[in-house]
Design a protein around this ligand. Structure first.
Ligand SMILES: C[S@@+](CC[C@H](N)C(=O)[O-])C[C@H]1O[C@@H](n2cnc3c(N)ncnc32)[C@H](O)[C@@H]1O
Length: 362
């Protein structure tokens, strides 16, 4: 075993042919490298420690368990990642608005610490819950997760997914995913059972305004596309792996309010987040997926409108909007040749922090 001082001396040997420092090689040899420099670990402050292969971790980090090097990557405002079908995708895709569990795990890793509690009040078939379980084996450690979902079918699918996935994992000799706390019912009622200041991260994907019309528009588009064909040669009937589609489905038709105006939808969402905010710890985060929409020849900037509605109603401050860009998304011919219609390959991820007590006057 070499002590840190020994390592530091060794680092002088990690140079390329021109005599310049080879950070890549130093990293491969597990030397403490940050920003292309070997760190003299003797000089780290008391609250800092070098984590082999990951960089310097500062014990004062209250946001997540990431080292400085990981933090730099994790604060990027665009997540450009396609998530291939995984974790019983076929079962989950009955929902239509399901999120990739690995994307959820990525966000959970950015906005919470091992052992924290995550809540998804619009849980669907459990993208957030599965993501929280994935963190145990692929991230920085298990998070407890609670999900609320009012549609029995989606709750059943979450349980079936977990069962099928764990059967396969056991057969491969891998540890099973933890069964999270999925509760069936209306989030407006279920939130009353969640104590104030007990949730470290609220991660959710809101039910959309006007899904019925959206689906109708999609079907009309598909018919038009089937006449035109898509640019990339994929048949119009082919379904995407998993990803943003401008907006999500997922509510059963009989549970949608077909007459709800956008203003009413925004007010309802804002009121719900106002109530959810009580459950979130002062250091916590509220992270919301929301796709913009193109509807009746105009762009519905739902992400901006929802952010504004939530900020002006709930004691939450917008800290960031991230973009999830799925580079694997199929492109189709929308509007050609008469008008520019965006082919939505991204979704927005709104990140809120609880307002400080001074700001709320409490
Ligand atoms: C966009 S989907 C969420 C999909 C989820 N992220 C996943 O990976 O499966 C929104 C979900 O919220 C549910 N929902 C809508 N209103 C609700 C309410 N008041 N209480 C509980 N669930 C509700 C819908 O049934 C739908 O499944």
């Amino acid at each position: 075993m070499t002590d840190d001082g020994e390592r530091h001396r060794q680092s002088r040997l990690v140079i390329d042919e021109d005599g310049t420092f080879d950070a890549e090689r130093a990293r491969e040899e597990s030397l403490p490298v940050e920003d292309g420099e070997v760190i003299d670990t003797d000089e780290l402050a008391d609250h800092q420690r070098y984590v082999e292969g990951r960089g310097v971790y500062d014990e004062r980090n209250r946001v997540n368990d990431l080292t400085g090097r990981e933090w730099k990557y994790a604060t990027k405002s665009v997540i450009a990642e396609g998530y291939p079908p995984a974790l019983q995708h076929d079962l989950r895709s009955e929902h239509g608005g399901q999120k990739p569990p690995r994307l959820c795990a990525e966000l959970i890793g950015r906005f919470s610490k091992a052992g924290d509690t995550v809540l998804d009040p619009f849980a669907g078939v459990g993208g957030t819950l599965l993501g929280a379980s994935l963190c145990e084996h692929e991230g920085t450690g298990l998070r407890e997760a609670i999900g609320f979902e009012r549609t029995e079918r989606w709750v059943d699918i979450y349980q079936n997914v977990l069962e099928a996935e764990n059967e396969e994992r056991r057969a491969r000799g891998e540890p099973p995913l933890a069964d999270q706390d999925m509760r069936r019912g209306d989030c407006a009622d279920l939130i009353d059972d969640v104590p104030d200041d007990s949730i470290d991260l609220l991660l959710t994907d809101v039910p959309y305004w006007h899904m019925d019309e959206l689906e109708q528009t999609r079907n009309e588009r598909r018919t038009r596309e089937s006449k035109l064909g898509s640019f990339d040669g994929d048949g119009p009937g082919e379904t995407d792996a998993e990803g943003p589609d401008g907006a999500d489905a997922g509510d059963k038709p009989d549970e949608r309010d077909e007459t709800q105006t956008k203003a009413a939808w925004l007010a309802e969402m804002a009121a719900k987040f106002d109530r959810f905010a009580d459950a979130v710890t002062p250091d916590g985060h509220v992270v919301v997926f929301i796709g913009d929409m193109y509807r009746e020849q105009s762009y519905e900037f739902l992400s901006a409108e929802l952010a504004d509605a939530i900020e002006s109603t709930a004691p939450l401050t917008l800290a960031a909007t991230l973009i999830w860009y799925d580079p694997t998304k199929d492109l189709h011919v929308y509007g050609y040749p008469f008008s520019f219609v965006p082919s939505m390959v991204h979704q927005n991820v709104l990140v809120f922090r609880p307002e400080s007590e001074e700001a709320t006057g409490n």
